[in-house]
Design a protein around this ligand. Structure first.
Ligand code: ZN
Length: 228
């Protein structure tokens, strides 16, 4: 059984690849051929496709010690845990996980709901076999550093594009960036069964729910001067 590890900024967040490196690695290793077949089939066979999505593991910028990248609404920002009250700390919950170098699994991004959230996550017992199989699959195809899991929630219900402004990552609807699609990197995939009656369609299809925005040099946008 895959062991859950407590979050550590250095080993679980700052060790993530930068967006461009992750994207280049993903393409160079032709990872989509594994995502579109073996990984897709595993999600469906274990029935986790409505709860979990598959992420391209990457970071936007390194975090300071004692911080967590917390998603709240359309904004992800490093929250300082030293400043947070015990109530706030309690109400922060994991939204994304990665397999670790030490053979476990650890959260690397979080969400917050005042009063605490009843969140379906990967910690459920029924996810144990899925996690074991996914870990073995990623190890076999040398993709452990590239692919992780994301909780599907309100924040991931519509396709969005995430860009970096200062030390915040902001997600806006994809339509806003319709003229810049060549600079988007796919960062979250959701597997769905095809609609009934749509004969000829594959049994399952993959939808990208989140993109990350690069500038012309392939880096995350550091400052955002765009007007909408
Ligand atoms: Zn990103």
């Amino acid at each position: 059984m895959v062991q859950f590890e407590d979050y550590n900024v250095q080993s679980h967040y700052n060790s993530l690849l930068d967006l461009e490196d992750a994207s280049n690695d993903f393409n160079a290793r032709q990872a989509s051929s594994v995502v579109d077949t073996l990984i897709r089939d595993l999600f469906l066979r274990r029935g986790v496709q409505d709860t979990l999505g598959l992420t391209l593991l990457h970071k936007h910028f390194p975090l300071d010690d004692n911080t967590k990248m917390v998603n709240y609404g359309a904004v992800a920002y490093p929250w300082d845990m030293a400043d947070a009250s015990s109530e706030v700390v309690r109400d922060i919950y994991p939204t994304a996980w990665r397999f670790t170098d030490t053979g476990g699994i650890a959260p690397y991004e979080f969400g917050y709901t005042q009063g605490g959230a009843e969140t379906p996550g990967v910690r459920k017992e029924e996810s144990a076999e899925f996690l074991q199989e996914l870990q073995e699959l990623l190890q076999k195809h040398n993709l452990t550093s590239l692919l992780g899991l994301r909780l599907l929630d309100a924040a991931t219900s519509e396709p969005g594009v995430e860009f970096t402004s200062g030390s915040a990552n902001i997600t806006l609807p994809r339509e806003v960036f319709a003229n810049n699609q060549g600079r988007h990197v796919e960062a979250l995939w959701v597997f769905q069964k095809a609609l009934e009656g749509s004969s000829g369609d594959p049994l399952v299809y993959k939808v990208c729910k989140s993109y990350c925005f690069k500038d012309n040099k392939g880096k995350h946008v550091k400052k955002h001067h765009r007007t909408f």
